[in-house]
Design a binder for this molecule. Sequence first.
Ligand code: G3P
Ligand code: CA
Length: 238
Amino acid sequence: MTQIFAHRGFSAAYAENTMSAFIAAEKAGANGLELDVQLTKDDEVVVIHDEKVDRTTSGNGYVKNLTFKEIRKFNANKKGMKKEPIPSLIEVLEWMQTNQLICNIELKNGIFPYEGMEDKVIQLIRKYDLSDRIIISSFNHYSIVLSYRMAPEIETAPLFNERMYMPWVYAQSIRAQGIHPKLTSITDEIIKGALENGIAVRPYTVNKEADMHRLFKINCTSIITDDPVTAIKIKKQY
Ligand code: G3P
Ligand code: CA
């Protein structure tokens, strides 16, 4: 059965990458979350998609130039009624102790290298004993290699945007157990090829109902969607 991962939480209805969006995804019945992490100036792992806080919060500046204390003052729920801070990864992992969700942590270390990010994230995953409920992904594939070297017990998956020939061979070569391709970069044949070779496939971002039907039909491992409620409704037909 295809699993449903809520992209940046239930981001179709809540402010992306906020605790509200994560809690709503869990309440809706999603199997997992996808979230993005960056490092603050004082090396705290925080949950935010962009390198800058400007688009999603009331603040401005680069995450890497702000301390955790500074960044927590900004409102990450600009459109909503109640003010919400940017979550720390610790906050999310603590909350995961109260549920059974799987969490895909995307390391946003493609634009800035964020020295030591893999180690910091892995230490936290181990501290909260969540190795078997986390998937580490990244567009930075060296980071995927490093994560596997540091923590072979944690599942990894490279992210990619472009069509790749037999991506499961590539995934196997870097010891990843899955691939997270852009939906438009894969065909049903590629998905089937990966699944037959034991590689999980979690395409992003699957928001159109027709695409959900197509992926449920071929029993794709998971879909990453902004709208877990629609996905769950459609999945009931399979
Ligand atoms: O992890 C899948 C997807 O989130 C990757 O793209 O830009 O939404 O982080 P982006
Ligand atoms: Ca992401």
